[in-house]
Design a protein around this ligand. Sequence first.
Ligand code: ZN
Length: 340
Amino acid sequence: MKFEAIERETVILDPNNNMERKSIPSEIRKDPLTGRTSRICHFMPLKWEKPDFDQLVAGTQEYCPFCPDKVMKVTPCFPEDIVPEGRMVLDDKVLFPNIAPYDSLGACATFSGQHFIPMTDIAPGHIVDAFRLAIQFFQRVEDMQHPESVYHLINWNYMPASGSSLIHPHLQVFASAYAPNLLHEELSCAKTYYQQQGTNYWDDLVNTEKAEGRRFLGRIGRTSWLTVYAPLGVAGDIIAVVDSAKCTLDLTAEDIEDLAQGLTNLMSAYDKMGVYNFNMNFFPGASGDDHARFHLVFSPRTFFNQALGTPDVGALRNLYNEGICMAFPEEINEKLKPEF
Ligand SMILES: [Zn+2]
């Protein structure tokens, strides 16, 4: 496994130091599986100001379709052949069709009846129940042998900088025969890797990172947690790999608890840096894909300029899909490790 980095140096005449020559380092890193590149640059302190949450959240409850007084009235229902009871309910969590679908089997699932859950108040139990509800939905479409029951995907946009238009915590839940771009690319590269090496890429990644140590965070049950070598996120990305699991439906009840625990560990660590938004996606294979290994990726999100609402994704990332990370993933690892 090759962890390739191309070091770069920029020389400028520094206006803050009488126009003296100043050398600024940066690094282009290649993802060991796909070869996709990310830039490690800027080197700003990973420290952001959190907003006044009372002010941010004020008034958003009145029009929130996911709050308990509205969710059973204004959200759509599935047709009888998919979910006979219309919506799936687990305690105060509700799963219903996504009113703005991007595939034929899409749902939203709320985390609870609570409109705003601050990131550090998200308990493992919230995540366990929300994932369980989503997986019950996946199991139903699997049991009916629905043609889209191939990749069972959960996406989580938490708070506005992540792309969420609602404060109320919820998951995007969909099953599709078409893997989204990066998942498709990963699976395709992992298949080639498996054919050439005879081993599973993610198993090799976990073993290599565990031995190397600088990006390894720890183990919870049979989940391994690592900072990503060539991340997409400006404050790094974290991957959790589940031993032996190939697809989402391979996850056991213990796996879900372990993933939930690790995710709350990450939230606690990033909260200390002032981060309060994130994305989280499942990256599963299809059932029986020996080259796949279930993993999820957690990516903290922020604003580059909060007052202007400037997102942390600009042209370089949006149109070239080139990652920009403001610290070395090995240094980010040191900030996260106390939580593991
Ligand atoms: Zn709400």
